[in-house]
Write a protein that binds this ligand. Structure first.
Ligand SMILES: Nc1nc2c(c(=O)[nH]1)N[C@H]1C(S)=C(S)[C@@H](COP(=O)(O)OP(=O)(O)OC[C@H]3O[C@@H](n4cnc5c(=O)[nH]c(N)nc54)[C@H](O)[C@@H]3O)O[C@H]1N2
Ligand SMILES: Nc1nc2c(c(=O)[nH]1)N[C@H]1C(S)=C(S)[C@@H](COP(=O)(O)OP(=O)(O)OC[C@H]3O[C@@H](n4cnc5c(=O)[nH]c(N)nc54)[C@H](O)[C@@H]3O)O[C@H]1N2
Ligand code: SF4
Ligand SMILES: [Mo]
Length: 740
């Protein structure tokens, strides 16, 4: 007798706003997963996974999956390992960690993790318990979104916006620094619904991305200048009295100050900064204000610049001025995270820290953090606001002697790879990497520990692009000898002698306890039993969800057009213009001069050549369509689809350098060089280079990716990276030896 296949409900673990629910078909005879599909009943997934995750079984069963623990036998970085047993690995690691704690103190141990999985348990669940109990260095997880989050939060109090389903009700859609079809594809059908009802779709981006091509209009903009565009839109809205005065009176603070401020930022000035014609800015402001409502889908692209926090802050101010938060589908959507009020203290067991307050190091300065020079280590301390101070070198704390990496691939994703790799190559650094594959980072490990994938473990996922909390059930047994992160940290805890009950609890009881501990009204009626039965559950919120229709979760309950909190933290309390790093001093001065000249006749209008320095160009490196950060980038199928590591270059910039389509080119700055293949196109603004990524370094032509060129500089807010604020020169690679 053959039993019929079972269908297991789970959820995609990846760092993607869509957090799709899936169904996995398992053959009971073999226990193997034989099919994966988008959950047909999930209101956002609607039966479809993306072109990466619909191959998740292929990734899970891939012959390159790490089957056993590995111990290094070659030099650091060479990637030579021998398989060992779990028993040996855990014993040797525990011993070494014990020695490091005894000699240097627990702060010499540094976790490094990000969003390989966004699950609450396999992410920072058991790992946090382990590091809290140890008193290890704490990690500021800033690599993606902090600048924008801070900027947004100062204005609204929490980061949330209209639900994706409600985009269907907008009359105008501005996609601002987001390649929706690549990184947020499940939003698109709702955008199409709005479009069918007549809503124009406008993309504001330095590149004509696949999303810009599918939209009604592409408004090209110089990278890192979005704050100026928003200021000029506010200028027009105020000057032409397009303000929703009733909404502003009731729900906003500081309108008079804002009104005075934005007078200094007319569209002609913004044209010089952004490259967007003044006339288009005026029309955009009018169209924006007239829509009932407009929605802005803003995303992380525009905050990966030195002034990214302020840019987001300026944009987040717009909908309050015109009152669009009142209407279904109106407002600005950066992330839905703030709609979730999940208390994670029972999960992470913050109590295990006791009175200790270990130092916090900023993950984007991993190169500095791993340095033996106390001055550089001091620089790696997390100090996200102007009022925060980095410590003196003598207070920087012990050198990092052990690095424990999970859910991340820093030897490809982190800025300033020369510095990162110099740190990882230290023979006295003890590095442990929990992974599915032998990544660039795993090559530097002393021990690599094989982890399970989402098909093989339990978890709960909190999405950031919609309102459905989801449960992931394991569909299959662990592949090879792999173990869930939770189990690896549980065993390590026992290995170093921690006998707390926190390390005795199994995964299901941890998740169940976590759900049962939630008391916020948005979690009312959401029980473990319901998650088991239904798989995904909408937060208990009104339908439609209008987060700021009647006020804001700020100190005075109003939208902070003027923010006292910002003033207290050392920022300009009003929307302001702050330039990106890539602009030279000279360019900045010229822009300020332009601001002084407020009445310009058309022939006096500055042209964008004002800000383009033709020697060097600005490099941006947004997500490749077929990878998810570095995940999938090692598998032949996805590499084939993506082609090779390329750089988009505008035809004029190419001509000026005698670069033709398909040429090998060298991008260079004072941090290093990288070889890429030129793609000559008018789909990127002149002055800008675009290199889709994140490629694995060791699988790239010269063993490097663009993160060799990115600095460890921090954004104005949140201590985030400046991935898209990079000055480089580009030239044809001259000799074959240079193109190794
Ligand atoms: N397929 C795929 N999906 C992904 C990812 C992936 O790697 N691949 N990564 C995931 C992760 S971790 C994240 S954080 C999100 C990222 O999500 P987003 O940050 O929304 O990334 P993109 O969708 O590529 O959008 C970035 C866009 O911003 C543009 N851009 C760059 N600089 C500027 C600027 O200064 N101003 C403006 N207006 N636009 C600018 C880029 O050209 C690009 O089109 O996507 C997630 N989804
Ligand atoms: N130049 C440039 N650099 C960037 C960006 C960019 O746009 N341009 N984007 C930045 C952004 S937005 C982000 S979020 C970061 C992303 O940086 P990371 O979060 O490091 O993302 P990934 O490269 O996908 O690495 C995740 C790793 O976790 C592993 N993993 C997945 N699930 C599990 C699990 O359950 N257990 C364990 N142990 N491992 C698991 C995967 O195999 C993968 O190797 O990169 C940043 N770097
Ligand atoms: S990566 Fe994003 S779009 Fe693809 S399945 Fe996961 S959540 Fe859905
Ligand atoms: Mo990210």
């Amino acid at each position: 007798m053959t039993s019929s296949p079972t269908l297991i409900t789970g959820v995609c673990p990846h760092d993607c706003p869509d957090t799709c629910a899936w169904q996995v078909t398992v053959d009971p005879a073999t226990g193997r997963a034989i099919r994966i599909q988008g959950h047909p009943d999930h209101p956002i997934t609607r039966g479809r996974l993306c072109g990466k995750v619909d191959r998740y079984l292929e990734r899970t069963y891939h012959p390159d999956r790490l089957p056993t623990p590995l111990k290094r036998v070659g030099p650091k970085g060479a990637g030579r390992f021998q398989p060992i047993s779990w028993e040996q690995a855990l014993r040797e690691i525990s011993e070494r960690l014990g020695e490091i704690v005894a000699r240097y103190g627990p702060e010499a141990i540094m976790p490094f993790s990000y969003a390989g999985t966004m699950g609450v348990l396999q992410g920072e669940g058991m790992a946090a318990r382990f590091f809290n109990r140890l008193g290890a260095t704490r990690l500021a997880r800033t690599i993606c979104s902090e600048a924008g989050f801070e900027g947004f939060q100062y204005v609204t109090g929490r980061v949330m916006g209209p639900a994706p389903e409600d985009f269907a009700h907008a009359q105008l859609i501005l996609i601002w620094g987001n390649n929706t079809l690549t990184s947020n594809m499940h939003l698109w059908p709702f955008i199409l619904q709005a479009r069918k009802r007549g809503a124009p779709v406008i993309v504001i981006d330095p590149a004509r991305t696949r999303t810009a091509r599918a939209a009604d209009e592409w408004i090209p903009i110089q990278p890192g200048t979005d704050g100026a565009l928003a200021l000029a839109m506010m200028h027009v809205i105020v000057a032409e009295d397009l303000v929703d005065r009733d909404y502003v009176r009731r729900y906003a603070t500081g309108f008079e100050q804002l009104q005075a401020r934005v007078q200094a930022f007319p569209p002609a000035w913004a044209e010089a900064v952004t490259g967007v014609p003044a006339e288009r800015i005026v029309r955009l402001a009018r169209e924006y204000a007239a829509a009932r409502p407009a929605v802005i889908r803003v995303n992380y692209g525009l905050q990966r610049h030195a002034a990214g926090g302020m840019a987001m802050r300026n944009i987040a101010t717009l909908p309050a001025l015109v009152g669009h938060w009142r209407y279904r589908g109106g407002g600005v959507m950066l992330s839905a995270s703030g709609a979730f009020h999940l208390d994670k203290s029972v999960l992470k067991r913050t109590d295990l820290l006791g009175e200790r307050q270990p130092r916090i190091l900023n993950m984007i300065r991993l190169g500095d953090a791993l340095s033996l020079d106390p001055e550089r280590r001091a620089r790696a301390h997390y100090a996200p606001r102007p009022v925060d101070r980095k410590p003196a070198p003598e207070d920087a704390g012990p050198p990092v002697m052990a690095l424990m990496v999970y859910n991340s691939n820093p030897a490809a994703v982190a800025p300033d790879q020369n510095a990162v790799r110099a740190g990882l190559a230290r023979e006295d650094l003890f590095t442990i990497v929990l992974e599915h594959f032998q990544t660039d980072t795993a090559d530097y490990a002393d021990y690599v520990l094989p982890a399970t994938t989402q098909l093989e473990h339990w978890d709960i996922l909190k999405p950031y692009g919609h309102l459905y909390l989801a449960l992931n059930r394991p569909a299959i047994a662990p592949v090879g000898e792999s173990l869930p992160n939770s189990e690896i940290f549980r065993r390590l805890a026992r290995g170093v002698g921690f006998d707390d009950d926190a390390f005795g609890q199994d995964d299901v009881s941890i998740l169940r306890e976590f759900i049962e501990a939630q008391t916020h009204p948005t979690m009312a009626g959401i029980t473990w039993e319901r998650l088991l039965a239904e798989g995904f559950v909408r937060l208990t919120l009104p339908e439609p969800f209008l987060p700021f229709a009647e006020g804001f979760p700020t100190d005075d309950g109003k939208c902070q057009l003027y923010s006292q909190r910002m003033a207290d933290d050392g920022y300009d309390p009003l929307p302001a213009w702050t330039p990106p790093n890539w602009m030279s001093e000279d360019q900045r001065l010229k822009i300020n001069d332009q601001r002084e000249v407020q009445t310009l006749s058309p022939d006096q209008r500055p042209s964008t050549s004002l800000i383009i320095n033709h020697q060097s160009l600005t490099l941006i490196s947004p997500p490749a369509h077929n990878f998810l950060n570095t995940t999938f980038a090692n598998l032949a199928r996805f590499r084939r689809r993506e082609g090779e590591p390329v750089v988009w270059i505008h035809s004029e910039d190419a001509r000026a350098r005698d670069i033709s389509e398909g040429d090998a080119v060298t991008l260079e700055n004072d941090r290093g060089q990288v070889q890429l293949t030129a793609w000559v196109t008018d789909d990127v603004m002149s002055g800008v280079l675009l290199a889709p990524t994140i490629w694995w370094a060791k699988l790239s032509p010269d063993g490097r990716n663009v993160n060799w060129l990115v600095s460890q500089d921090e954004t104005d807010m949140g201590g985030s990276p400046t991935f898209y604020d990079v000055r480089v020169t580009v030239r044809k690679t001259s000799s074959p030896s240079e193109h190794s």
